[in-house]
Design a protein around this ligand. Structure first.
Ligand code: ADP
Ligand code: MG
Length: 342
């Protein structure tokens, strides 16, 4: 209830910031100095010291480096469970490579991120309602690389998939051939994650580099069936045939590669990333400012997620930033992106 009140007040798009801690990789010299500070009495504001000037940003909430995975998830929970009620939800991690996107979404074995926690929560919520409702939870995993959509759970290597309009005239989009696994337990999802990971590792020469240049999507679908009537739930309430979808997206690194004289395939990758991240920004901005035309079709990502971004869908943009002095130019860009979509 509390969550729905929040949504009504703020609209369906929320923008959070998360600042990772300084790590060993940042080095030890002045370039590793901390450039981000917070307000003790306002958890929506952060300050960036860039080229000797302080720039302040206000988002919906900011998480300082010491915020745990659990604390972050607490703020995301209500959004996750709303897909049981038939809402479509998108959670994006945005930011330069090394800013903590994968940490937030996937996390580590000891500190799992949003993906794992979301599925775990969905399982337990659904179990609690199981008396008169039948729920099916399925997951798909895909990546978008150079504007090509690829199944991460399929049996065939390097499959390219197309996004099509549902033939039922509903206006919904679907991806023929995208593998969907039914999952019933945390063990099941671990197996699915492992499968997707192995596939990515074996098909990429350098997974780290590859994953920083592709968007990784985990698509969770929750279908609810009222046993007494055989009808499914939707956001509109009771009686229609539909389902809720949770899209968990680890975006490609937002750093501006093209400016440093990249050539050939690096340049092509950079152009695709720039194009799709700005298309995402444009779509969210258009939705936020209630513009009539929303340019969903300018990128594969926004086209694929059209159903989950429009209507009464809910979107969370988690903007990840590095606090290190040497990253302040990129941090500034990321925070400007955050402000624009907010
Ligand atoms: P990205 O996916 O944006 O490239 P990563 O998630 O891989 O960045 O993070 C880069 C490094 O920083 C990793 O070693 C990761 O474990 C660490 N890291 C990121 N965020 C945090 C955090 N909030 N707490 C602790 N370590 C973090
Ligand atoms: Mg990553």
């Amino acid at each position: 209830k509390c969550h729905n009140e929040l949504v009504r007040l703020k609209g369906n798009i929320r923008v959070f910031g998360r600042v990772r801690p300084i790590t060993k990789e940042d080095g030890e010299g002045p370039e590793a100095a901390n450039a981000v500070t917070f307000d003790a009495d306002d958890d929506a504001v952060l300050h960036l010291l860039h080229k000797g000037k302080q720039v302040s940003f206000e988002l919906d909430k900011v998480f300082p480096p010491q915020a745990s995975q659990e604390e972050v998830f607490q703020e995301v929970q209500a959004l996750v469970t709303s897909c049981i009620d038939g809402y479509n939800v998108c959670i994006f991690a945005y930011g330069q490579t090394g800013a903590g996107k994968t940490y937030t979404m996937e996390g580590t074995a000891a500190n799992p991120g949003i993906n794992q926690r979301a599925l775990q929560l969905l399982f337990s919520e659904v179990r609690g309602k199981a008396a008169d409702w039948d729920y099916t939870i399925t997951v798909s995993a895909a990546e978008i690389y150079n504007e090509a959509l690829r199944d991460l759970l399929g049996k065939e290597p390097q499959e390219k998939l197309e996004i099509k309009l549902c033939p039922d005239g509903s206006g919904q989009l679907y991806v023929p051939g995208l593998t969907e696994f039914r999952v019933q337990s945390v063990e099941d999802i671990n197996k699915v994650f492992e499968f997707g990971h192995i596939k990515r590792v074996t098909e990429c020469t350098n997974l780290n580099e590859h994953s920083s240049r592709s968007h990784a999507l985990l698509i969770v679908t929750v279908r609810g069936l009222d046993r007494s009537t055989g009808l499914r739930t939707t956001a509109a309430g009771f009686g229609c045939v539909s389902s809720g979808k949770l899209n968990l997206v680890d975006l490609a690194g937002s750093e501006r590669v093209g400016r440093s004289g990249a050539e050939g395939s690096r340049l092509r990758e950079a152009q695709h990333i720039n194009k799709s991240l700005s298309a995402l920004g444009d779509v969210i901005y258009a939705l936020r400012s209630r513009q009539g035309h929303v340019p969903f079709r300018n990128s594969k990502l926004t086209y694929l997620l059209q159903d989950s971004l429009s209507g009464d869908s809910k979107t969370l943009m988690m903007v990840q930033v590095s606090p290190a002095e040497k990253n302040t130019s990129e941090t500034l860009c990321s925070l400007k992106f955050a402000e624009r979509v907010r």
